[in-house]
Write a protein that binds this ligand. Structure first.
Ligand SMILES: Nc1ncnc2c1ncn2[C@@H]1O[C@H](COP(=O)(O)OP(=O)(O)OP(=O)(O)O)[C@@H](O)[C@H]1O
Ligand SMILES: [Mg+2]
Length: 491
């Protein structure tokens, strides 16, 4: 509480709160003015990235960074995608010297973190992780600030309080890494805070208008399960509503946030693994090395098809455009056409039609299978034994929860849960919730730690009721040895 009051004080002069959400697959920023927040906390603006050569209106851009051969910044997002694609087509030798980095956020998950750690770009070239995170955050921050400057609103960075999102299940070291990267990107530590993604999403959902069907679950003293399914991680927790006001909802955690690397990007990885198992690692390595542009194009098409996959309707299969040179490489290495290989190995369940790999629907859905299994098992193991399922509504957020395959699997797996709901713009819930959080950090009143923390005490020894058997003397007084006093609990 004390900490949040201090934060409020240093936030006092901030006229604008901007949240930066560096996601595994998509990133963006959102902001609101203090005056807007006070009249309507949901009055939050986002950037529309359609100006960067996208055909539809997109509120987040792909988390892709392009660095020059000397590792200086070149571009980010859609622009990085297009620029690198052009480079590969025009001059592959020149392109090979650039650093094209995607899905880098997951490289901070479940591993030893150090400021000097290195990560790999798509071609396997090493570069410092801190550089990648710093440049990406710097880009989003500058993009946001430039918009203000362009509009001549007269704001400077000193008027802005930044909120940087992090998965709640990350280690403290990984969260600290994001803080350092944000500072290096030019955001003063006194001008920023971290927001935990599932908390932010819960806050956003709680404030939605009643007629959108979600806010009614956020009643005082009620508990809810929040399942945040992003591109990288699934973060799952149970929160309790402490206080409900007209424009704010105060929540606390009942269980600590748990989860794992079961986000939507796992589905894309399973597709890559499938290609390797059918055509061989050597063929896929050569395809990636010599025809990277075709390979990236194929993965982009996979992403589009994955998102449009529906579980109802008349669709019987899914076609993914693949590069023609994959066929040539396979032929020259194996002396066989991939069409025949697929027929031999998969008996028509995956075949070639024109320039597409055509999957039977049932086969395509298998790419989702292990994510579904992990998420369902995890909810079962973590929450079923606590006897909280069934009585709790489940709120699904994060872009991956838009996948009908995932939603249906969750509903089928837990028939005892009566309400499984999600907001309309699931992938923006974290971003917008973080803006609300930045205006009023005290809305999350209690967290459950990843570990139980406490003090080992050496209390004076009182024979009655003393559980500790070991004693020793300090200054002639008998004391109990190592009695543990719990201060922060992980349950
Ligand atoms: N309709 C859909 N069907 C299947 N997958 C979808 C759909 N819509 C979005 N996704 C997937 O959701 C993921 C993006 O969600 P989101 O933007 O919440 O994640 P992120 O912020 O990039 O990741 P994280 O929060 O884990 O770092 C991608 O993997 C995307 O393919
Ligand atoms: Mg996210």
């Amino acid at each position: 509480m004390e900490a949040s009051r201090r934060t409020s004080e240093c936030r006092g002069s901030r006229l604008v709160v901007a949240a930066i959400d560096l996601g595994t697959t998509f990133s963006g920023y959102a902001f609101s003015f203090k005056s807007d927040f006070e009249s309507n906390p949901l009055k939050i603006s986002t950037n529309d990235w359609s100006a960067e050569g996208v055909h539809s209106s997109e509120m987040k851009a792909p988390s892709i960074l392009l660095l020059n051969p000397d590792q200086s910044f070149n571009c980010f997002g859609y622009r990085a995608q297009h620029t690198y694609s052009d480079l590969l087509d025009d001059d592959p030798d020149k392109a090979a010297k650039y650093y094209f980095v995607k899905n880098f956020k997951m490289q901070l998950h479940n591993r030893e973190i150090s400021l000097g750690m290195m990560i790999l770009d798509v071609t396997g070239k090493e570069l410092p992780a801190i550089k990648v995170f710093t440049e990406s955050i710097r880009f989003l921050k500058d993009h946001f600030l430039e918009m203000f400057t362009d509009k001549k609103l007269g704001f400077s960075i000193n008027d802005v309080f930044f909120v940087i999102t992090v998965p709640a299940i990350w280690s403290d070291a990984a969260k600290q890494f994001m803080r350092v990267a944000s500072e290096k990107a030019g955001i003063k530590s006194s001008q920023m805070m971290l927001a935990y993604e599932p908390e932010a999403a819960a806050l956003f959902c709680s404030l939605l208008p009643e007629d959108q069907g979600i806010a009614k679950y956020f009643q005082e003293r009620r508990r809810l399960m929040i399942v945040d399914l992003g591109g990288g991680t699934a973060d799952i927790t149970v929160v309790k509503v402490i206080k409900r006001e007209e424009k704010l909802t105060y929540i606390e955690h009942v269980y600590r946030v748990t989860g794992g690397a079961w986000g939507g990007n796992q589905v894309n990885k399973n597709f890559e693994k499938f290609l390797e198992s059918v055509f061989g690692n050597d063929v896929m390595d050569e395809f990636k090395r010599d025809y990277l542009s075709q390979y990236l194009e194929m993965m982009r098409d996979f992403e589009v098809q994955k998102k449009t996959l529906s579980t109802s309707g008349t669709k019987t299969g899914v076609g993914i455009r693949f590069g023609g040179d994959l066929r040539h490489i396979f032929k020259s290495k194996r002396g066989k056409d991939i069409k025949d290989e697929l027929q031999d190995k998969l008996k028509g369940m995956v075949r070639i039609t024109g320039d597409k790999l055509r999957f039977d629907l049932a086969i395509f859905k298998r790419f989702f299978q292990d994510c579904v299994k992990e998420i369902v098992n995890h909810i079962n193991e973590s929450f079923l034994k606590e006897d909280v399922l069934g009585r709790l509504p489940m709120i699904l957020v994060g872009g991956f929860s838009d996948a009908p395959v995932i939603r249906e699997a969750i509903v089928d797996a837990f028939p005892v849960i009566k309400d499984v709901v999600s907001p309309v713009a699931t992938s923006l819930a974290v971003l917008k919730g973080s803006v609300i959080f930045g205006h009023e950090p005290a809305i999350v009143t209690g967290r459950v730690c990843r570990e139980t923390l406490g003090l080992t005490l050496r209390r004076p020894y009182v024979p009655e009721g003393q559980t500790e058997k070991k004693t020793f003397k300090i200054d002639g007084q008998l004391r109990a040895d190592k009695s543990f006093q719990k201060m922060f609990s992980n349950k």
